[in-house]
Design a protein around this ligand. Structure first.
Ligand code: CA
Length: 229
């Protein structure tokens, strides 16, 4: 559940009673809530990047839900759950074709909507993780594929070299201490020499800096290492 805590849900619904009810339920679950009562207002808020998920009614003034979704999808993959009227099967099909992540039929049980929100958020986080690429100049590290490239050329690293490079890239511009690196790269129960990190840094430099004539990992004397922009 921690992954969803504090996420912001945008409710786009012109029926104030429903919007208010959803707001209370979502806040009770620990979400932040933004509300819009028209399609146009909803689209603007969705495009502002302040929400993590949008609950979008179909029947709305100004722009209907499908139109909001169609415009949003030109620039954004914000997760969207559509609310459609009962038995409007065509609505559901159109909603999913239009890039909605899920839909709910009104009237709905709040518990079911909450469950779907959790699921869609989780899926979206998973998808983002998979796509993340860490970069530094021509250097690219793909965590999900366990791949490192320099200028498109594959670089062969051992698992520990890879994880050391990943930690430094994830903490770009932050000096990471030898102790932290040791824990993250070798594990908390590591009992070997503490200078093992210096050894891995040397290996990384021989595979990257020396080959491509760059200086990727900086030594911060007495503290640790850093990759700086
Ligand atoms: Ca409506």
């Amino acid at each position: 559940m921690q992954t969803e805590a504090g996420k912001t849900i945008l409710i786009v619904e012109d029926e104030e009673k429903i919007a208010r009810f959803l707001e209370l339920e979502l806040k009770h679950e620990g979400y932040q809530v933004l509300k819009a009562f028209t399609g146009r207002e909803g689209l603007a808020l969705a495009e502002s990047g302040r929400a993590d998920l949008m609950v979008l009614d179909v029947m709305l003034p100004e722009l209907n839900g499908f139109e909001v979704l169609r415009r949003l999808r030109k620039t954004s993959q914000l997760p969207v759950i559509m609310l459609t009227a009962r038995d409007e099967v065509m609505d559901k099909v159109a909603g999913l074709d239009g890039g909605a992540d899920d839909y709910m039929t009104k009237p709905f049980a709040i518990e079911e909507l909450l469950a779907r929100i959790r699921l869609v958020l989780k899926k979206h986080v998973g998808a983002q993780k998979e796509e993340t690429v860490l970069t530094y100049g021509a250097l690219e590290l793909h965590p999900a594929r366990h791949e490192v490239r320099y200028g498109g050329e594959p670089v062969e690293l051992t698992p520990r070299e890879f994880s050391l490079l990943q930690v430094l890239l994830e903490n770009k511009n932050i000096v990471v201490s030898r102790d932290t690196l040791l824990q993250k790269v070798c594990g908390y129960d590591y009992l070997g020499e503490t200078n093992v990190i210096d050894v891995y840094v040397r290996y990384l430099r021989s595979k990257l800096d020396d080959v491509y004539h760059v200086k990727i990992i900086q030594t911060v004397r007495g503290i640790g290492y850093c990759i700086r922009d």
